[in-house]
Write a protein that binds this ligand. Sequence first.
Ligand SMILES: [Zn+2]
Length: 84
Amino acid sequence: MIKPIESQKDDGIDDDTSEYQWCLHCERAYKRGEHRLIDGLMMCPYKGCDGDTVMDGWSWPSVRENHPDYPEVPEKGKTYPLYS
Ligand SMILES: [Zn+2]
């Protein structure tokens, strides 16, 4: 799917305004601030995931822009594929 240009500014950019973040690696959402501290890095809170919360943590609303069917409050532990 090709995304419209006007929405590009929001793609993957965490604007710090949402309460939830979504992990690019495991495609699960978590509450902002949740993480596992590994070697001084803030990693995705889900066990076994190698994503971090900085580069790989997208703001939940930017994911929902492409998926209006996703809930405002994401379910913990549930995967929300970006492309489906
Ligand atoms: Zn993850």
